[in-house]
Each structure stands twice: as structure tokens, then as C-alpha cells.
Design a protein around this ligand. Structure first.
Ligand code: NAD
Ligand code: ZN
Length: 382
């Protein structure tokens, strides 16, 4: 991209990913404008000190027409990171901020003929249902989300869905890396709206000819991940629990695996797709490509914090939760992406950062009962 085309709008630029992306863009010589509403769940103490002073900061809502129209003026690349996230109980707000906000943003760019040259949208691996899997009999298969009845019965495995005479195969499968071609999902309210955002952006790109990329992030963590939001960020929640001498609460049997990616790698992926046209028009996985079980994660964090506290496994599960999802990152590797931070190193860096943040309160305990009352967390039948 020529130098005069390096003006970025980073929505959600005060947040975890947006703020690291802002820092990277500024280091690379871009001019950055941030639009962020400083969502109170995430930013309990107001505007965080890490918002880069070299960026133009605007506080406002992405779903407000005039605010967004003004924020889009003189922008070459939009990095749309703002979203309402996590396992919050609301429904309408997800649709308003994520789905409606994105649709309206695209309309504004089109209807005002704004000279935006690329839109990169933060999608998520929740765009899949269950991760890709391998059946010992049928090879690579695409399982559906596990039925709630199965989870209630305490069976957390992912079974092969291939039809055989008299039903389905049903053999226990093993997790394999999930490529972008895997059929889509969106099995929670949040997930539905992330799929909306991705599809709206990619469709709009085809209609208008403006280059677009939807980055399907895996679970992202690192310094600046909110220590206040008990609904989102497994590493942050485990850290705040352990620092308060409370055991991390593990759902299912803790053997579910996640692809955990350090935030700086996610930021670099954004810059890479913004400055390369090879992957335009596509959904693109970005992650570590490595599987970490929730139990192992709890152990790594406890060890790094010097806490001898075992995680609490209480026979609970969250309907809609993916059992194992590891990103196949071949597509983004084809343009030079390579994750650079291991899980041990990344958690060490997050914990070092927490040490600079003063007293850390456990907000999880307060919301637990509400999660159960609303059915977001359920129990295995005794
Ligand atoms: N962190 C992850 O594991 C992960 C994984 C997959 C996808 N994502 C996506 O990446 C993006 C960034 O996530 P993050 O982890 O940095 O979250 P974050 O909560 O740290 O940052 C999001 C930022 O958006 C702002 N925001 C929220 N609602 C807004 C609104 N209505 N108007 C303007 N700003 C608003 C918040 O104040 C916050 O600063 C989101 O779109 C999220 O869905 C994150
Ligand atoms: Zn099978």
C-alpha cells in the first residue's frame, strides 16, 4: 500500500486486540483513529492508560450513524475490532452492536462514496460449530455441536456423525486442525453475530468491489485483557480467581482444548492482510495452531502464580460450547504469518502485566449464580 494510504480506523482500539494493533500500526508509520465507547464491563476504570497517545481517540458507539460516519472520514483501512463479546446474557445488544453496527458501517461507506480501500473485520473461530475431527473408521469428519442432552448425561466426547445403517457411526473422534472450508456454525448469540459480521463484510466486498478480509481469531490473550469482565477471557478469569486464592472453575472435564493465541500475533495478522491482497474476499483463520486443554491451562497459570490450588470441576457445562477447536493456519501462513509466542511465554507476559495493575478483584463469584439461573451454565444429571 502506498504511504499516503496509511490512515486507519481501529474500532475498539482501547481493547485488547485493538490497542495492540494501534501500537503496531503507529510503529509502522500509519495514522490511526480509534473509535471506542469504553464499554463499562471491560473498562471499569474509564479510558485505559495504554491507549496510544499518538492515535486520535474518539469515544463513541459504533452503532451510532453520525458517530461512525464522522469516524470514517479520510480513512484508507478500517480494522473493525469493536464488538459486544463473551457469554453475556443479553441478546438484542449483541445484534445491535455487532450485526446492525457492522451493516450500517458498510452502508455508510457505500452511500457516502468514502474512499475506504479495505475493511478487515474481526471474526472468530466461533464461526465454526465444532472443530474438525478424525473418526478411526471414516477419516476426517465435520461433527455438529454436541446435543445438550448428551452433555446432561455427562458425555462430553465428540462423536462421528457419518450415517450408517440404523443411525450414525457415533465413534469417539479426535480433534484435528480446522480449515476455513469447514461448514459454518454460530451456536451462541455472540457466535451468530460474529458470523453476521463476517458474512456482511465479505458480501459487501463482493458487491462494491472494496477488498475485505474476515480474520477468524482463535482465543486471544495477553497484556491489557480486561481483568474486570468475568464473562470473557478464560486466562484472565483463571488468573483473577487464583490471585484471590479461589480455584478456577472448569466446565465439563477440563479436557476440552483451545487454540490460544498471543495478542501481538493477532495484531500482526491484521497488518499482514491489510497490506497483502492475496487473501482478499476470504475468511482467514489466525491462531497458534496448538491445542491446550483447559486443565493444562489452569496448571500452567497456577504454577506461574506460585499457587497450589487445583481447579474446581463440578459437573457443569455450557450449552453451545465447542469441545475442541484448533485453527488450521495454512491460509495465513501462505502470506508469511507465523505465531511467535508460546503459551508458557505468553502467560508469563500476561502475569507480569497483571503485576502492574494494582489489586485484582474476583468478579466471577458474583455472576456465577446468574449464569446458572439463565441456563448459560447447566449441570450434568446426577
Ligand atoms: N479476545 C478473543 O479471544 C477474541 C476471539 C475471537 C474474536 N474476537 C473479536 O476481536 C475483537 C476485539 O476483541 P478484544 O478481545 O480486543 O475485546 P475487548 O473487549 O478487549 O475490546 C473490544 C473493544 O471494543 C469496545 N467496544 C465494545 N462495544 C463497542 C461499541 N458499541 N462501540 C464502540 N466500541 C465498543 C470496547 O470498549 C473495547 O475497548 C472483537 O470483535 C471480538 O469479537 C476476540
Ligand atoms: Zn465414523
Amino acid at each position: 500500500m502506498p504511504d499516503h494510504q496509511k490512515r486507519a480506523l481501529v474500532t475498539g482500539g482501547a481493547g485488547l486486540i485493538g490497542s495492540h494493533l494501534t501500537d503496531l500500526l503507529i510503529r509502522e508509520g500509519w495514522t490511526v483513529r480509534i473509535l471506542d465507547n469504553l464499554e463499562p464491563n471491560t473498562h471499569k476504570q474509564g479510558k485505559p492508560a495504554w491507549v496510544n497517545p499518538a492515535a486520535e481517540f474518539r469515544q463513541g458507539e459504533v452503532q451510532e450513524y453520525e458517530t461512525m460516519r464522522a469516524a470514517l472520514e479520510d480513512i484508507d483501512v478500517v480494522f473493525h475490532q469493536a464488538a459486544y463479546g463473551g457469554y453475556m446474557p443479553q441478546m438484542a445488544k449483541y445484534v445491535l452492536v455487532n450485526s446492525f453496527g457492522t451493516a450500517q458501517m458498510l452502508e455508510i461507506i457505500r452511500d457516502h462514496n468514502l474512499p475506504v480501500k479495505k475493511v478487515v473485520v474481526a471474526s472468530s473461530q466461533v464461526a465454526y460449530s465444532e472443530g474438525a475431527a478424525y473418526c478411526p473408521e471414516h477419516g476426517n469428519v465435520v461433527p455438529k455441536l454436541r446435543p445438550v442432552e448428551q452433555l446432561r448425561a455427562g458425555d462430553f466426547a465428540v462423536h462421528c456423525p457419518v450415517p450408517v445403517s440404523g443411525g450414525v457411526c457415533g465413534k469417539v473422534t479426535a480433534s484435528i486442525p480446522t480449515p476455513e472450508s469447514t461448514p459454518g456454525g454460530g451456536e451462541t448469540v455472540y457466535g451468530i453475530t460474529k458470523v453476521d459480521q463476517e458474512r456482511l463484510v465479505l458480501l459487501w466486498g463482493k458487491q462494491t468491489g472494496v477488498p475485505t478480509v474476515a480474520l477468524r481469531y482463535s482465543c486471544t490473550y495477553g497484556p491489557r485483557q480486561s481483568l474486570f469482565n468475568p464473562y470473557t477471557g478464560v486466562i484472565a478469569i483463571f488468573c483473577t480467581r487464583l490471585l484471590n486464592d479461589q480455584p478456577p472453575v472448569v466446565y465439563e472435564d477440563g479436557e476440552q482444548t483451545r487454540d490460544l493465541c498471543f495478542v501481538e500475533d493477532i495484531a500482526r495478522a491484521n497488518l499482514l492482510v491489510a497490506t497483502t491482497d492475496t487473501l482478499d474476499g476470504l475468511p482467514v483463520n489466525v491462531g497458534s495452531g496448538q491445542a491446550t486443554s483447559v486443565n493444562r491451562l489452569a496448571r500452567i497459570i497456577a504454577e506461574k502464580l506460585g499457587k497450589n490450588i487445583e481447579p474446581l470441576t463440578r459437573g457443569e457445562f455450557r450449552p453451545g460450547e465447542i469441545r475442541s477447536l484448533i485453527s488450521d493456519t495454512s491460509r495465513i501462513q501462505s502470506i508469511g504469518y507465523k505465531p511467535s509466542v508460546t503459551i508458557e511465554e505468553g502467560i508469563g507476559r500476561y502475569i507480569d502485566w497483571i503485576g502492574t495493575q494494582g489489586a485484582v478483584k474476583d468478579y466471577f463469584a458474583e455472576i456465577e449464580a446468574g449464569l446458572r439461573a439463565k441456563g448459560i451454565v447447566q449441570s450434568v444429571r446426577a
